[in-house]
Design a binder for this molecule. Sequence first.
Ligand code: SF4
Length: 312
Amino acid sequence: MAELTNDFSWSVSRDQMFRSCQRAYYYHYYASWGGWSDDASEQTRKLYTLKNMKTLEMWAGSVVHETIAEALRRYAHDQSEIRTGELQARARSKLRKGWMEAVNREWIRQPKKNNLQELYYGNGKSLPKEKTDAVREIVYGSLQTFTESDVLQEILAAPQMSWKPVDQLDTFELNGTKVWCAIDFAFTDPAGRLTIIDWKTGKKESDAIREQLACYAYFACDKWQVSCENMRLLGVFLQHDPAPKWYNLTEADLFEAQNAILESAAAMRTKLADVENNTPQPESAFPTIDNERVCRKCKFREVCPQMNGAET
Ligand code: SF4
């Protein structure tokens, strides 16, 4: 098997981390690289463990996304009915499995197993009931909103030939930079417009969604040769409102998004000692931040000097 290499690429989440804290970015994208190997140093293995952790909110979101994607794939395969109770039952067993992986610390041997930040930095065994109740509420409530939404009816009414692959990680090239994106769902509506859907389990509004949708639109133009006028972009905020929120993007917005991606990638590259091999400068070139609110919730706080009173 070819040796894995840490190649430079861009994604919305990478950009968000770079802008939030460069030290966290360094830990996540560089210092943890190779931490899955038995030969890795203790520090690299630790950073790899921390990198793979999820917050409860992220975990709830990933269970919802997985359950929805599986339901749509089953429907595509054999027209299996999409019912709230069944989706919630499937999500319940995912939650149970994920919870056991976390409390049994299965991630020590298999780092991709579920590792929850709140447990890791807590007592490792339990969480206050209101926190676990909140996870269940997000998951069950979001799935109910999904099954009762008009958007789902529109999807199911569309011929399956018009469906694009469900929730698949893919890339496109932008001036030589690989850009990652995973569209939750896309299909061509009866009027011939490509409809791109983003299921959201988090806050109703954020700047990130426009950035993310612009990235999807760019991907769609590149992959499926669709123009902006022939595209509908919608965010469905499953926790709050089944009515989708439409986002209009013009060619000018796409141009702006393209420039923002290129500028962001260029800023990331200034932190490399060897651009061709994606070798970072030393850790000290990636400053820590002085923001108690952000640091208190950071997955790397166990190792970060900012939280341990050491020189940064
Ligand atoms: S603890 Fe704060 S400074 Fe350290 S990596 Fe996390 S966000 Fe950055």
